[in-house]
Design a protein around this ligand. Structure first.
Ligand code: GDP
Length: 201
């Protein structure tokens, strides 16, 4: 897959430091522990490209990975800091909110948002806030319902149906959703195709 040669590129803490190269970007977002790093690692077929955002403090920055090799880059995967970690200090949260909303609203290279939702939790208010920042850009939002191996087939499909309906309310036809599991690779092909198409379009 196009994503298999991804490499770490850079870490960004301030809006002014975002890469200026005009490569297409695909942003990854989700609550801490939603399974974002596991998803990125599986999509890129690597063990430790992205690190878990469980540890507060190390997570308030944006990590860039190249799509394609560093010397032959097609685009960037942009790993946004996991949100919703209860113990995050107020000022860190404020910094993060500013960085994130600025990134989403002013970084025109973004082709789409991959939003990770733990299938056992579905949409939370913070996820809705993320969608509400992104939806005005009129760009696609693709939801991965992660850890789908943790629920029965029935629950998985019920949740998918519900999430799709909610996404439709918030983002109209820009929103799509699918089941995903990093553990048993459910939905890997579908997600890879969506992301590769965004990068190459
Ligand atoms: P992040 O904080 O969003 O980057 O989440 P991680 O990728 O670090 O995952 C959080 C926890 O969920 C870890 O313990 C993972 O092993 C677990 N996890 C992630 N993806 C899956 C999955 O598809 N299935 C199962 N069963 N566990 C998962």
């Amino acid at each position: 897959s196009l994503l298999h040669h991804s490499q770490f590129f850079t870490t960004v803490n301030h809006f002014k430091d975002l890469p200026t190269a005009n490569f297409p970007e695909v942003a990854f977002a989700g609550r801490s522990n939603a399974g974002k790093s596991s998803a990125i690692n599986v999509l890129c077929n690597q063990k430790r490209l992205a690190f878990s955002s469980n540890t507060p403090g190390r997570t308030q920055h944006i990590n860039y990975f190249t799509v394609g090799r560093r010397e032959e880059t097609y685009g960037y995967l942009v790993d946004l800091p996991g949100y919703g970690y209860a113990q995050t200090p107020r000022d860190v949260k404020d910094h993060w909110n500013r960085l994130l909303s600025q990134y989403l609203e002013e970084h025109s290279q973004i082709k789409g948002l991959v939003l990770m939702l733990d299938i056992r939790r579905g949409f939370t208010d913070l996820d809705r806030q993320m969608v509400s920042w992104f939806a005005p850009l009129a760009k696609p939002i693709h939801v991965l319902l992660t850890k789908s191996d943790k629920v029965t087939r029935n629950i998985a499909h019920q949740t998918l149906f519900k999430v799709k309906a909610e996404l439709k309310d918030m983002a109209g036809d820009w929103g799509t959703a699918q089941l995903f599991s990093s553990s048993n690779r459910v939905g890997l092909e579908e997600a890879t195709e969506v992301i590769s198409n965004w990068i190459m379009s």
